[in-house]
Ligand binder design. Structure first.
Ligand code: NAD
Ligand code: ZN
Length: 379
């Protein structure tokens, strides 16, 4: 089968690889019809992880079941399913509590597994013609009859919409409250959209790319462009110094200051400044080592120092981590099915698999117009 293969930093290609096959009786094989490129794929693309050359990437996958193992009960050949990016076993202490991002079984000794992601187990990704789905009964999100027509919507339920939603839940947003999202990439925009759906009174989105700020405004948010000045000052001016109730971090380690120097604490310090005393902050942006092979411990471990003193005296709370996608996905599917949510508004490109190397280049460069790419390996 054909698949997107990681060769090394900023070097991927579409290659012929061995077919995905049933390895356990609880597996299913899915013929992929939609698979997204994600900001998290860039961690590997940029060489920030320990991913081995030759691995197939892609964790935002949707398609049709073509084969099931003997131990699969509810998933049938012909079903159209979306796959949460987390792989869960369904029976460990965390999975049974809904914390599928921290499954204790699929990636020992670490908690949490995913398709095609370096530190999250040996599982191949779905930027390929076929994908092996472990524990298929547990991990499949069954799709209704509009799954082809609304494919661009449903494929956003594999990661970025539930992740954006997770950010707002970690921040403990309540209806009628205001929220600021730092980062207007796909995840940040989905956090803003989730906040709108949950009845936020006011949503701010901060980014330094004008086009993404403009897109945030299309989702109903107030866009704050850091090119126009300190975002904390801009929001203080708009709110007469009151700040906002909740905050979501949706940038991660990639934050750069105005001179282009990487400064991963920039977003957290701004959120601690602008979120009200006792307000909540949800961190869904990923903080990775600058260089996993570096001699310097700080660079190797991805540490980040932020203003913990101010955070403490303001009595704020913080929530972190990968999204437990399954915990939100059934409700999000119903919102899409009944026309209450259209996350596909984010999609800028629907392309074939062969376009992947070019699409990664554009998405990594944050080129204008390249917001969210959906690949169709059958196209
Ligand atoms: P992205 O890189 O497209 O989005 C980041 C946005 O931040 C971009 O729009 C960029 O312009 C903006 N930005 C960067 N530096 C900035 C600065 N100094 N000032 C203002 N804006 C700045 O990626 P994405 O797909 O939206 O993902 C965002 C983060 O979420 C990544 O770290 C990704 O790994 C993470 N993520 C987490 C989960 C999870 O489960 N927790 C899931 C998916 C993605
Ligand atoms: Zn993703």
């Amino acid at each position: 089968m054909r698949a997107v293969v990681y060769n090394g930093p900023r070097d991927i290609s579409v290659e012929e690889v061995p077919d995905a096959k049933i390895e356990q009786t609880t597996d299913a094989i899915v013929k992929i019809t939609a698979t997204n490129i994600c900001g998290s794929d860039l961690h590997m693309y940029e060489g920030r992880t320990s991913l081995d050359a030759g691995r197939v990437i892609g964790h935002e996958n949707l398609g049709e079941v073509v084969e099931v193992g003997a131990g699969v009960y509810s998933v049938k050949v012909g079903d159209r399913i979306a796959l949460p990016f987390n792989i869960g076993c369904g029976f460990c202490a965390n999975c049974t509590s809904g914390l599928t991002a921290f499954c204790l079984i699929v990636n020992p000794p670490n908690a949490g597994g995913a398709y095609g992601y370096a530190e999250m187990g040996p599982y191949n990704g779905g930027q390929a013609e076929y994908l092996r789905v472990p524990f298929a009964d547990f991990n499949a999100l069954q799709l209704p009859e509009d799954s082809v027509e609304k494919e661009n919507d449903y494929v956003m339920l594999t990661d970025i919409m539930p992740t954006g939603w997770h950010g707002t839940r970690l921040a403990k947003l309540q209806p009628g409250e205001s929220i600021v999202v730092y980062g207007g990439g796909p995840v940040g925009l989905m956090a803003a959209y989730s906040a709108e759906i949950q009845g936020a009174s006011r949503v701010f989105v901060i980014d330094h790319i004008g086009e993404r700020v403009a897109l945030a405004e299309k989702f109903g948010a107030t866009g704050i462009n850091t090119a126009d000045g300190d975002p904390v000052e801009q929001i203080n001016e708009i709110t007469n110094g009151a700040g906002v109730d909740r905050g979501v971090e949706a940038v991660g380690y990639q934050a750069h200051d105005s001179s282009g120097v990487e400064r991963s604490n920039l977003t957290m310090n701004a959120l601690v400044d602008i979120v009200k005393p006792t307000g909540g902050i949800g961190v869904v942006g990923v903080f990775l080592p600058e260089d996993p092979g570096a001699d310097d411990e700080q660079a190797r471990e991805g540490r980040m120092d932020f203003d913990f003193g101010k955070f403490f005296f303001k009595g704020q709370t913080i929530g972190t981590g990968q999204a437990n996608v399954k915990a939100y996905d059934r409700q999000l599917r119903e919102l899409v099915h009944h026309g209450k949510a259209t996350p596909s508004r984010l999609v800028s490109h629907n392309l074939g698999l062969d376009a992947a190397p070019d699409a990664y280049r554009h998405f990594d460069a944050r080129d204008a117009g390249w917001t969210k790419v959906v690949l169709n390996p059958t196209g």
